[in-house]
Design a protein around this ligand. Sequence first.
Ligand SMILES: C[S@@+](CC[C@H](N)C(=O)[O-])C[C@H]1O[C@@H](n2cnc3c(N)ncnc32)[C@H](O)[C@@H]1O
Length: 207
Amino acid sequence: MKDDATIWISGTVHNIFSIGQILMELGFKILNIITWEKTNPPPNFSCRYFTHSTEQIIWARKTEKIPHYFNYELMKKLNGNKQMKDVWRLPAIALWEKSCGKHPTQKPLSVLTRLILASTKPNFWILDPFTGSSTTGIAANLANRKFLVIDLQEEYLILSKKRKMEIEDPKIATKFRKKIEGFIDNSQLKLFLIEESKTDYGCELEF
Ligand SMILES: C[S@@+](CC[C@H](N)C(=O)[O-])C[C@H]1O[C@@H](n2cnc3c(N)ncnc32)[C@H](O)[C@@H]1O
């Protein structure tokens, strides 16, 4: 990671506390713990617990001292001109996101798109070392960012490649951008990306 980079780690109650502890031991500064509240969680079949309807995502930066990038204005705009909260109400994975095959723990593009737009500028490199079906990468490319992936299992890299090829068709990319949730309407993401591409990021851009 670059010194001014940030890291996002999603987890469940089984591991999120140990991950937070390890990050602090490594000197990371925890910026937020996002609670993703699924608007359509699967039912709890055992009927012995509350329905699991949230996932936590830690957002941290590499050091205490070096400032990080946060697109505060965009996040506010997405939240009807009120500060974006750390609770995100977004749906669980939809069927159209699985057109190339299935990964057992695939994340929805809406969650990944929001965190990428909040913390990166256009053309930034994003690494997902546990990429699975590469939702991070697909969200990155749809938002004009670059991505690198790693996964232990070849079948998931093949699935990732299929997803990457799928969005190389501009019609499909446009359709997906319209379907990603968390925006005021289905043209807001496209309009934001056009506006963002005109913004001068000076020497910080990585073209
Ligand atoms: C939770 S899934 C990621 C799902 C992904 N976010 C998506 O939307 O498809 C984690 C992935 O990490 C991979 N993995 C587990 N241990 C790994 C390791 N040590 N190195 C690289 N990949 C690993 C698994 O094969 C699995 O596909």
